[in-house]
Design a binder for this molecule. Structure first.
Ligand code: TA6
Length: 302
């Protein structure tokens, strides 16, 4: 399945608050600009790349070295990890974090809401290539609402006749003033798997602060998280009541250098606080049922 052209998108969707452009040749994206906020979303992966509430600093981080290439994941924004999170359970050859972030999605609807927000609805385009990785009949939709806050809702339906086990996460990269000076609140007392310590199971004491590589999957917690950032005089609220896992990640310098698309000092200005259902919290979706995970990001002044 190929990405659509900007010309065909322009023909299908005419709305004052949206425009189509190419961050790189043949790589279409939609820009949303309304009185409440601004966002850029790649058609590949339905991946939000940037978001800024009106009159405020950017909230969603995009690497200065991000690559916009069909089939490659974009470093930054809100990658959709689906239908598994991390490595595939049985087949290491399958892509990490699933395939949703590296395939075209279709823009199905774009509407302006009464409150001034703009809402886009995407569905993943199934193809022989996606069916080879995931034969189950599970259409998935992402609804993105750009307003005073950024709201995403990922909905999966099981159209098959057997239950399906699903892993998912919105792998969101946030803009922060300085990784050494921020703290993630809301995970106090939660249990986590520490990926930088052989998946050892630990319990979070106090807020999460970062002074080295951090890669943790917190499980059985759906409490709001807050990125407390005195440098930007704000805190970002992550509200995701149907996400029972929270993943906190910063690669720190050495790993970032190896990655090649995080920017020279990129790791200092970003943190991933990801809402999902991973590891112990994967969702068993009965035949005929739907599952929705909603995430809302908003900003408060400190
Ligand atoms: O969510 C954290 C994580 O799983 C880390 O282990 C780290 O590798 C990161 O995602 C980025 O993964 P990616 O496949 O985008 O390079």
């Amino acid at each position: 399945m190929a990405l659509p052209s900007v010309a065909s998108l322009r023909q299908q969707f005419a709305l004052d608050s949206i425009s189509f452009y190419e961050p790189a040749p043949d790589f279409p994206a939609v820009r949303v600009e309304n009185r409440l906020g601004r966002a850029e979303i790649a058609i590949q992966g339905a991946q939000v790349m940037t978001y800024r509430p009106a009159g405020q600093e950017p909230v969603i981080w995009l690497s200065t070295d991000a690559k916009f290439k069909p089939g490659k994941s974009i470093r930054g924004g809100v990658p959709v990890c689906w239908p598994w999170f991390g490595p595939h359970d049985e087949d290491a050859a399958k892509p990490g974090h699933g395939y949703a972030r590296t395939v075209p999605w279709g823009l199905r609807q774009a509407v302006e809401l009464d409150n001034g927000a703009t809402q886009l609805t995407f569905t993943l385009e199934e193809s022989d290539a996606t069916r080879a990785m995931w034969p189950q009949a599970t259409p998935v939709e992402l609804q993105i609402t750009v307003g005073e806050s950024l709201r995403l809702e990922l909905t999966t339906k099981n159209m098959g006749s057997e239950p399906v086990v699903l892993g998912e996460a919105l792998h969101t990269y946030f803009v922060i003033s300085d990784i050494a000076k921020i703290a993630v609140q809301g995970l106090e007392g939660a249990s986590f798997y520490d990926k930088v310590d052989g998946m050892a199971r630990k319990v979070q004491k106090g807020p999460v602060t970062v002074g080295a590589e951090v890669d943790r999957v917190y499980v059985d917690t759906n409490a709001d998280c807050w990125i407390h950032d005195p440098g930007l005089k704000r805190r970002i609220r992550v509200h995701a009541p149907a996400a029972n896992s929270t993943i906190v990640w910063n690669p720190w310098q050495e790993k970032a250098d190896q990655m090649g698309d995080l920017g020279e000092t990129g790791y200092q200005g970003m943190i991933c606080v990801e809402s999902g259902n991973a590891l112990d919290n994967r969702v068993t979706l009965p035949a005929g049922k739907s599952h929705a995970m909603m995430v809302k990001y908003s900003v408060e002044a400190l």
